[in-house]
Structure formats: C-alpha cells, structure tokens
Design a protein around this ligand. Sequence first.
Ligand code: ZN
Length: 121
Amino acid sequence: MKVVGSLVICGFPYEVVEVDESDGILADGEEGSTRALELRIYIRAGLPWPRRRDTILHEIAHAFFEATGLLGFITAHTKKSAEADRFEENLIRLATPWLLQLIDTSGPALGRLLTPEGPPT
Ligand SMILES: [Zn+2]
C-alpha cells in the first residue's frame, strides 16, 4: 500500500493509494475503489498508464457523486439501491473517456481559463 497522491474533492481531502493483491483491498478484477468514509481512492498497482488514468478519473467521479449528493439523488429516484449504483456506474463509464479526451486535448487551455486570473488577454 502506497500513497501516490492527494486530492481535494468537493472540499474533502482524499488520498490516492496504490494497492496490490497482498493488501486485500480490491476484489478480483477490480481496478479501483472509492471509500468515501475513509477519504481514500484505491487503485490497483501495475495498471498500464491508460487504464491507470481512466481508473483514477473514474474513482474521482465516484467520490464526486458521493460528496455532492448526486448518488443520493439518483437513489431517491430509483426503486432499488442496486439500480442507483448501476445507473451511477454507467454515467461514470460514459463520461470518463470524454473527460480524459478533454484533458488530453485542452488541459492547458482549461487550466488557463479556469484559474482565478482568467484567460490571458
Ligand atoms: Zn465504478
């Protein structure tokens, strides 16, 4: 288990922690997990770079859904909790590749546009 980063997600200080089989944190085949109560995002050690970044962003999205109350909102509008979890999972799986593409193609521009100083004149 190794802390590889820290993020503030909706005001909550999360640690990003890399784990392997011996840590017993992730289920077989699971590449990441967000544990909101622990304020930790776990990612599987040794993932190839594209899978690693997809997993990290995917787990950030789970933390975002939890912290913002979006997961609770979805749960309130579905009949079963498992149905809400599937809905959230599908939303995140649909959005993550496009967010990664946005970061790849426009990351520096986004940084300039979204900083307190605003875009350069
Ligand atoms: Zn997920």
